[in-house]
Design a protein around this ligand. Structure first.
Ligand SMILES: *Cc1c(COP(=O)(O)O)cnc(C)c1O
Length: 379
């Protein structure tokens, strides 16, 4: 059996090697390393795939979130509501811009930001909300958008884990993750669902004025060469990464299917187990399974992790500490017990290997050992 990885990028690469290698070689042959034709081509193809008017490539997902907030002209002290159960980048950019992160709890079913918690957290200083489509499933955007409209708030979607996920509105409209808010962001970090071979990211919007502004911000605040109208940053997707991404974008829907197949395998084994809660599905969203995350009940998780490690099966804890309890954010004065659903998740979740190359032999090996680990670790 092939060694099991959390994400098997090597095997994925082997299957597309020829196409990827020639795409990279073409950029090198032409030496169009920055803003080359591959960047424009990928941008156009991604716009088509997402049914969004503007894709603005940038250096990574974190930059995408940062430039999005910069484009909205928020003022120091303005409050931005986001989830405490996410990767640090989501809150980090808020803090970096001297805005105030307001961290709220998640829904006990979906791991996603709790809509009622958002509503309670709105004050007269609130200017924006950053929902995170965690693990590959969309936040209940229809309900969130109603709150945003009522209080006149911007929504910046963190779709770093959910590219390709579909959200179904009750009027029948279907939209892709990252295209529902005023701006959406994604990351092309290698292990993401659409990953490049280095760092990369992109910002999406249907707003022409914001798109123009975002293109300026990622390019030193420059709209006419060497005339800088606003303070910007340098954040680019390089041409080699764009060429690789264009090869992988064609396969994204197939990759999503493969992730769903692995998730179904896991679900079948773990459904109805008294110590395991399988990923709950939001009825309005498809799931692209960036992570396959279980909740363990009445089980010593450390013991499970140690057992799996002995079997050379990688597992991960996403995320072991919610953001409101992170040292860097002590200044926000949250304390243990403030956001109990997320705190309980951080002590009970476990993510299993999830990627496009898992085969049945590996899935059998993982599931049978996890069942064994749990039977040995009951509390
Ligand atoms: C990966 C990730 C980011 C950051 O993306 P980078 O490209 O690593 O900067 C932000 N938010 C979430 C939810 C992520 O998973």
């Amino acid at each position: 059996m092939r060694k099991i990885q959390m994400v098997d990028l090597q095997k994925q690469y082997q299957n597309i090697k020829e196409e990827v290698d020639s795409a990279i070689q073409e950029v090198i042959n032409n030496c169009t390393f920055i803003n080359g034709p591959s960047v424009k081509q990928f941008q156009a193809n991604l716009e088509k795939y997402l049914h969004v008017k503007h894709v603005i490539p940038c250096g990574n997902g974190t930059d995408g979130l940062q430039v999005s907030l910069m484009a909205l002209d928020l003022q120091p002290g303005d409050e931005v509501i986001t989830t405490t159960f996410t990767f640090i980048a989501t809150a980090e950019v808020i803090a970096l811009l001297k805005l105030t992160p307001v961290l709220v709890d998640v829904d006990p079913d979906t791991f996603n930001i709790s809509i009622s918690a958002v509503e309670k957290a709105v004050t007269n200083k609130t200017k924006a909300i950053i929902p995170v489509h965690l693990f590959g499933q969309c936040v209940d955007m229809e309900s969130l958008m109603k709150i945003a409209e009522k209080h006149n708030l911007h929504i910046v979607e963190d779709a770093c884990q959910a590219i390709g996920a579909d959200y179904h509105f009750s009027n029948g409209e279907v939209k892709k993750a990252g295209t529902m808010g005023i701006i959406g962001c994604t990351s092309f970090f290698p292990s993401k669902n659409l990953g490049c071979y280095g760092d990369g990211g992109a910002v999406f919007t249907n707003d022409d004025i914001l798109a123009k502004k975002l293109r300026g911000i990622v390019n030193h605040g420059m709209f006419v060469r060497y005339y800088h109208d606003i303070v910007g940053v340098n954040s680019r997707l390089d041409s080699i990464q764009a060429a690789i991404l264009d090869v992988k974008l064609k396969r994204l829907d197939d990759y999503i299917k493969r992730r769903n197949a692995a998730a179904s395998f896991y679900n079948q084994v773990f459904a109805n187990h008294e110590n395991i809660v399988i990923p709950q599905r939001h009825k309005k969203s498809t799931h692209v399974f960036h992570q396959y995350t279980l909740v363990l009940k009445n089980v010593d998780r450390d013991k499970v992790v140690a057992y799996m490690k002995e079997q050379e099966i990688p597992v991960m804890i996403y995320y072991p500490v919610p953001l409101h309890l992170q040292k860097a954010y002590e200044y926000l004065s949250y304390k243990k017990g403030d956001l109990p659903v997320s705190e309980a998740f951080s002590e009970s979740v476990i993510s299993l290997p999830m990627h496009t190359e898992l085969d049945d032999e590996q899935l059998n090996y993982i599931t049978s050992h996890l069942l064994k680990a749990i039977s040995l670790s009951k509390k």
